[in-house]
Design a protein around this ligand. Sequence first.
Ligand code: SAH
Length: 210
Amino acid sequence: MTSRRTRARLVERLRAQGIKSEMVLRAIYEVPRHLFVEEALASRAYEDSALPIGYGQTLSQPWTVAHMTEVLLAGGPLQRVLEIGTGSGYQTAVLAALVPYVYSIERLAFFHQQAQARFREMGLTRIVLRHGDGAQGWPEKAPFDGILVTAAAGFAPEALIAQLQPGGRLVMPLGEGRQQRLVVFRRDAQGVQMETLTECCFVPLLSGVC
Ligand code: SAH
């Protein structure tokens, strides 16, 4: 149920559903999603569905992870990426398969510590994690050429836009409840442009740490 063959079938499904980036498909193939959910859910890890990870939070469905990663990388290879909402760490690990420097912030101590332990066990030593409120970004590590937010906000936090390097992209869900859209902000010579992509459904971006 968790074999490479099962993962290869997931990759074929994602390809059939419009994911085109071979690099992203490769990363989905390489990262063992079943290690990012509770054992009881491991057999469902390669279905294209979102899975509960505790504390009312969810690990996004593989298509969403692949799509967001593809949009983030669409402008060319990236060097430094910031993720907001580490959660299970799965999206973080997919990013680390594609980008040399990956930073990720999580507001819940439980997820932060769990991801630290997971990455240590998996030998993913280049990922740098922080327990904090991601809406502030990570000024000490900025600028980033990619920022990915995996929780929905009513508007894009100013701090994140400010920490985007020229040419950089911020991909995030905007909106509330069922009225959410995935958007991409691009910083170029004219300023910051926003493009609306698909409908989506994420847990809310919350303030403060726990
Ligand atoms: N990328 C995760 C998705 C987890 S769900 C994964 O692959 O599993 C979204 C996560 O965002 C949750 O863990 C939630 O605690 C976290 N989150 C919500 N608001 C946040 C904030 N302001 N700063 C950092 N993390 C936040």
